[in-house]
Ligand binder design. Structure first.
Ligand code: NDP
Ligand code: HSE
Length: 437
């Protein structure tokens, strides 16, 4: 049996576990694929780095990844380096040469997925990236294969483990954001620079990939409305609790109709957003604690589906990479490739202002006659319908908590802007979206 030859680009947290799995599961992998997998090169940045007891021949290491992907004795290129360049150059080169590519690089796929897909089509090569969204959780393959006969209406996910750890900790202990972030850093969940996680960039990249897959439309990270969790306070979490809710950083991609003024008809669109939101404790995503990830998929025929598991970490992510390696190795042996990118629907990406949702707004106000009427008048003036109002405190310490019915984001933004101008409103303490019934 001729081996299927692999070039591994990157041997860090994920790459080292890929090496281990290739070594430890070699016999089973051979039986499952019908040919052995052979590691023929490993590209890294630092040849001198101590890699412990990693089961790999030191002679395979190189710092020239481009040279490695060009080699004739490479069938599959596995990229676990990350970033846009030089990863894009390596992968385009590999795909155009007909080599199958497996990558975990969410940043690259969300920034410039179409270039990779075009190169895969040119080279008639496979491009698989299950590990790029939610680590070990099988998600992209079910969207790409199992659910291909259905019409997906909405995907709601917790796709960032670091922020879920922080928000779960705030919910459990009553801690503020900074305190919970410090705990996440001390326990190794948050990176030294947590910006990509806490500002929502990581989740936005994953949201773009998920939306592209679910709605057969090209979505990029730049199309995703993004808000992070740094402004979520202990008071917000307490307010959520008082409503029987918790707060999660959600990635939401949903199909909805929008009015096309030029065509004077409704058109299908898709909105993709990442922001903190209150969800009822009875919602399946509310019980996803710690650094776990979960994605809730709603489809017309299948109904509701939930995918849950470890969204990060070396071994869980390597599990998804190995699954892709087996799939592309089998395809090579069978002389086939998977269908290319499906972007036929080409849905319009809707601006956040058009998205409708419910809101929870806390206002610090003066407790005197006419205040509630004035506040309610501002909501009414922008067409935002109030569902409930609750007041606590008295005198100059009164707090009004208002929950709205569904309203367009633009109308809510205009309402909040006007509330800030009222003398009777000392401050708009918080504005949070409410998701889930
Ligand atoms: P690491 O930083 O741990 O490892 C990166 C690896 O790439 C290192 O081996 C490094 O070499 C190598 N490298 C960096 N620059 C170059 C270069 N110019 N040429 C050759 N090799 C280079 O990253 P992770 O393993 O954590 O992540 C890898 C990918 O997987 C990223 O795309 C990430 O987003 C994705 N991912 C990661 C998850 C995780 O939990 N870690 C989860 C899901 C996806 P050296 O060893 O010499 O430093
Ligand atoms: N930083 C990411 C997280 C890693 O916290 O989920 C996985 O993409």
């Amino acid at each position: 049996m001729n081996p299927v030859r692999i070039a591994l680009l990157g041997c860090g947290t994920v790459g080292a576990e890929v090496v281990r799995l290739l070594h430890d599961q070699a016999a089973d992998l051979t039986a499952r694929i019908g040919a052995p997998l052979q590691l023929v090169g490993v590209a890294v940045r630092r040849l001198a780095r101590d890699r412990g007891d990693l089961p790999v021949d030191p002679a395979l290491f190189t710092t020239d990844a481009l040279d490695l992907v060009k080699r004739d004795d490479v069938d599959i290129v596995v990229e676990v380096v990350g970033g846009i360049e030089p990863a894009r150059t390596w992968l385009v080169e590999a795909l155009r040469r007909g080599k199958s590519v497996v990558t975990a690089n969410k940043a690259l796929l969300a920034e410039d997925g179409p270039t990779l897909h075009a190169a895969a089509l040119d080279g008639r090569a496979d491009l698989y990236y299950e590990a790029s969204v939610a680590g070990a959780i099988p998600l992209l393959r079910p969207l790409r294969e199992s659910l291909h006969g259905d019409r997906i209406t909405r995907v709601t996910g917790i796709v960032n483990g670091t922020t879920n750890f922080i928000l779960s900790s705030m919910d459990e202990t009553g801690a503020g954001f900074s305190e919970a972030l410090d705990e996440a850093t001390a326990l190794g969940y948050a990176e030294a620079d947590p910006t990509a996680d806490v500002e929502g960039f990581d989740a936005a990249a994953k949201a773009a990939i998920l939306a592209s897959r679910a709605f057969h439309t090209r979505g990029r990270a730049a199309d995703v409305h993004r808000e992070g969790i740094i402004e979520v306070s202990a008071a917000d979490m307490a307010g959520a609790k008082a409503m029987g809710c918790t707060i999660k950083l959600l990635c939401i991609a949903e199909r909805s109709e929008a009015w096309d003024a030029a065509a004077e008809s409704p058109v299908d669109g898709v909105s993709v957003r990442v922001h903190p939101a209150m969800i009822p404790r009875t919602h399946p995503l509310a019980s996803v604690g710690g650094a776990f990830n979960a994605v809730f998929v709603e489809a017309e025929a299948a109904g509701q589906l939930m995918f849950y598991g470890q969204g990060a970490g070396g071994a869980p992510t390597a599990s998804a990479v190995l699954g892709d390696i087996v799939a592309v190795a089998r395809n090579r042996l069978a002389g086939v490739r998977a269908s290319s990118e499906s972007a036929y629907a080409d849905l319009r990406i809707r601006a956040i202002g058009e998205v409708t949702t419910r809101y929870h707004i806390s206002l610090d106000v003066a407790d005197r006659a006419g205040v509630l009427a004035a506040v309610a008048g501002v909501f009414a003036g922008h067409g935002v319908s109030i569902a409930t109002v609750h007041q606590s405190g008295r005198g100059n310490e009164a707090v009004l908590v208002i929950v709205t019915h569904r309203a367009p984001d633009a109308a809510l933004a205009a309402t909040v802007a006007e509330l800030r101008t009222l003398d009777i409103v000392r401050s708009v303490a918080s504005v949070l979206r409410v998701e889930g019934e």
